[in-house]
Design a protein around this ligand. Sequence first.
Ligand SMILES: CC(C)(COP(=O)(O)OP(=O)(O)OC[C@H]1O[C@@H](n2cnc3c(N)ncnc32)[C@H](O)[C@@H]1OP(=O)(O)O)[C@@H](O)C(=O)NCCC(=O)NCCS
Length: 179
Amino acid sequence: MKCIVAVTERLILRQMTKSDFDHLKEIFSDKETMKYYPSTKNDEDTKEWIYWTEENYRKFDIGLWIAEDKETGEFYGQCGIVPQKIKDKVEMEIGYLFKKTVWGRGYATEAALACRDLGILHLDFPKIISLIDPRNIPSIKVAERMGMKYEKNIFRWNKHLSIYSIEGPRASELLMLQE
Ligand SMILES: CC(C)(COP(=O)(O)OP(=O)(O)OC[C@H]1O[C@@H](n2cnc3c(N)ncnc32)[C@H](O)[C@@H]1OP(=O)(O)O)[C@@H](O)C(=O)NCCC(=O)NCCS
């Protein structure tokens, strides 16, 4: 049975399983989608990715989740919360990666907002970040639509990355404004 984590207007976020291999591999082998990652991923990398995600569920009760269509169950991508160690401090990062054919429909933002609310309002994380290649404008736009602001640049995974972040009370204020 697949474990549902959140339901939004158009999406279901659920736990990743080994049965997602083919869909993930399709995304991971696309050069354009993986432009801001160190490389595309092969079969072995994809299996490791699923294993690493399952480990995150086991150890931390969070991880990357699969975003699929609420009505049809079509696989759209992944979005979730992963712990990242940044200068001896563990920060909670929202990450997102969607298949190219569904870009430009607002799904990434919808999923990321659900993760933001889950992390800050339900799991009580004081702060949530996103680590973004400064050239990745679509990703920066998703972060900003979550209410995140540019914090600083760091050097990580052999490249310069920007940290975007949002803190708890700010997210609560945003929710109150939405009501
Ligand atoms: C980052 C990524 C998820 C962003 O995808 P995206 O499609 O631009 O983002 P969204 O799904 O939130 O869609 C937003 C766009 O849909 C448009 N849109 C269309 N219909 C919409 C609707 N019903 N609701 C909301 N937005 C809608 C928005 O106006 C927006 O367009 P804009 O970017 O031109 O302003 C995608 O580029 C990706 O998967 N990239 C590869 C992986 C990656 O780089 N991940 C980030 C690593 S840090």
